[in-house]
Design a binder for this molecule. Structure first.
Ligand code: SF4
Length: 379
């Protein structure tokens, strides 16, 4: 499809904003009265130039990788998803190979545009700008990680698992390129959403991290507590109290013109702790702040493009439960909803616009809690 074809077939899309976040599964739950598959994430690379301490998929990274499934096969499976609203492309660093950018990523983004759906790429944006320049005309959200207050932080965190010495000088060049690429992408109209994790390194300097993210021109700051999934499972765990403190610091110091999106929080309106319910109320009343319900397995599935295997998330410990070689994505989604794990977090309190905890959060903080016996408390 040529660029002109894409522009001719493109439907008008409403602007992504705190009141329009199609990745939030509460939207489709409210619209259809049940969870629907509206989002598909595709893993297109297991290669990466970095080895971050916190990387959720770090143990799947390789130095050379096999061929991917034909793009046509993936597009045909996407075509079958009747209510598709968003796609996400992830890795590794998905743009690590220029060939993957040209032969998979650009066509997938063009497909999204032609179908009138939103797109996101998860990238470290440390590669030459030419990679991202090819994607920018068709891309809605460039999602980056930003957990740093300096190049030294980036060096320590970004190459913690490299297995060989990476000089501060090399890391600094990548850090500066990441900042420059972010500014350039923002200038071209791509919504750059920088995600920071609240963890043992960042919880007391979220204000400084936020300031740098705003300075880079990002229109959204996404904040998630870090949970010890597979590769990052040996990192120290924060208490819920420390997380509350970090969020409080952010709310006090944030730039209110920038959209702040909180996700995978370990707090729910059914909590026995009034301080947690109070925080949620505060977040709901803050301008330009949203709390996104967890999409994994609620409106989204992940497809590994090397094998066709389908997962709940790109980093889940839950094994693949099907393959696009022989099954439609919507059938796999329905199969997942019947799974006992999905059922264990499948609660819904309309008054709180909440559709239950993330699987990792439940496993970490609420192992013995039956969420089906709880309900949102209105204070
Ligand atoms: S939907 Fe589930 S997690 Fe959310 S408030 Fe209700 S019972 Fe709690």
């Amino acid at each position: 499809m040529t660029m002109i074809d894409v522009q001719q077939t493109r439907k008008p899309l409403s602007i992504l904003s705190p009141t329009n976040d199609p990745w939030d599964p509460i939207r489709s739950l409210q619209q259809y009265g049940r969870h629907r598959l509206t989002s598909v994430e595709m893993t297109v690379s297991n290669l990466c130039n970095m080895r971050c301490e916190h990387c959720a998929v770090g143990d799947t990274l390789v130095i050379s990788e096999p061929a991917k499934l034909p793009l046509k096969q993936m597009l045909e499976r996407l075509d079958e998803v009747e209510h598709l609203e968003t796609i996400s492309i992830t890795g590794g660093e998905p743009s690590f190979s220029d060939r993957t950018v040209r032969e998979y990523m650009v066509p997938l983004l063009q497909y999204a545009r032609s179908r009138g759906i939103r797109s996101q790429i998860n990238s470290n944006v440390t590669l030459p700008y030419s990679r991202y320049e090819q994607l920018a005309p068709y891309l809605d959200v460039m999602h980056i990680s930003f957990n740093y207050t300096s190049a030294e932080d980036f060096h320590q965190i970004g190459f913690a698992k490299a297995g060989h010495q990476v000089s501060l000088e090399t890391a600094t060049k990548l850090y500066e390129r990441m900042i420059d690429n972010t500014r350039r992408l923002s200038d071209t109209g791509v919504l750059v959403s920088a995600e920071s994790m609240i963890n043992y390194r960042t919880f007391d300097k979220m204000d400084e991290i936020h300031r740098l993210i705003v300075e880079m021109g990002c229109q959204r700051h996404e904040v998630h507590p870090m949970y010890p999934s597979s590769f990052a499972k040996d990192l120290p765990v924060l208490s819920r109290q420390q997380m509350l403190g970090a969020i409080d610091q952010l709310l006090q110091t944030r730039d209110k013109s920038v959209w702040m999106l909180f996700g995978t929080l370990p707090f729910y309106q059914c909590s026995d702790h009034s301080s947690e319910r109070e925080l949620l109320r505060r977040l709901a009343n803050e301008p330009n702040v949203t709390v996104r319900n967890d999409p994994d397995g609620r409106n989204r599935l992940n497809v590994n493009l090397f094998t066709g295997d389908v997962f709940v998330t790109d980093f889940s410990d839950v094994p693949a439960f099907g393959n696009i070689n022989n099954t439609k994505l919507e059938d796999l989604f329905d199969k997942w909803l019947d799974h006992s794990l999905a059922q264990s977090v499948n609660c819904h309190c309309p008054a709180a616009a909440c559709c239950g905890p993330n699987l990792l959060v439940k496993d970490m903080y609420y192992k013995d809690v039956n969420f089906h016996e709880r309900t949102a408390i209105s204070d």
